[in-house]
Design a protein. Structure first.
Length: 132
């Protein structure tokens, strides 16, 4: 079930996995970036799920302002709306991967479990083993 879709990304519910899925389709920043991320949080709450799968394989670098927003807003807001298990499939682009690594490293200790994967199947398998 697709909850949000744009040229930059998509947020959907995976019934079999019982997880919110965010798929990045390219570069997004500012309002568009936050809209995708916030819609994922809202869907976690609506579906009463603690599982999030982020497919960042087609993602790109994250702007400094969005890195700040993730640190200052997203982490606590996501946790407060039920996020407990976050599986992330890393970008294929080296620049995007470095940007994502820098962003995650700035976050410090997270209130939820975050695991990075290079393959979608591995991320889905890990997420399916986590209890809600």
């Amino acid at each position: 079930m697709i909850s949000y879709q744009s040229t930059h990304g998509e947020v959907s519910w995976d019934k079999g996995l019982k997880a919110v899925v965010m798929e990045w389709k390219g570069f997004a920043y500012g309002v568009e970036f936050q809209t995708i991320m916030n819609r994922g949080i809202e869907l976690l709450s609506e579906m009463r799920s603690g599982r999030l799968l982020m497919d960042a394989r087609k993602g790109s670098a994250i702007k400094a302002e969005d890195q700040d927003w993730i640190r200052q807003t997203f982490v606590s807001h996501a946790f407060g709306n039920g996020l407990r298990y976050f599986a992330m499939v890393l970008p294929k682009s080296t620049i995007a991967k470095l940007s994502l690594d820098r962003t995650v490293n700035q976050l410090g200790e997270l209130p939820y479990e975050l695991m990075n994967f290079s393959e979608m199947e591995d991320a889905m398998q890990w997420l399916s083993l986590q209890s809600n």
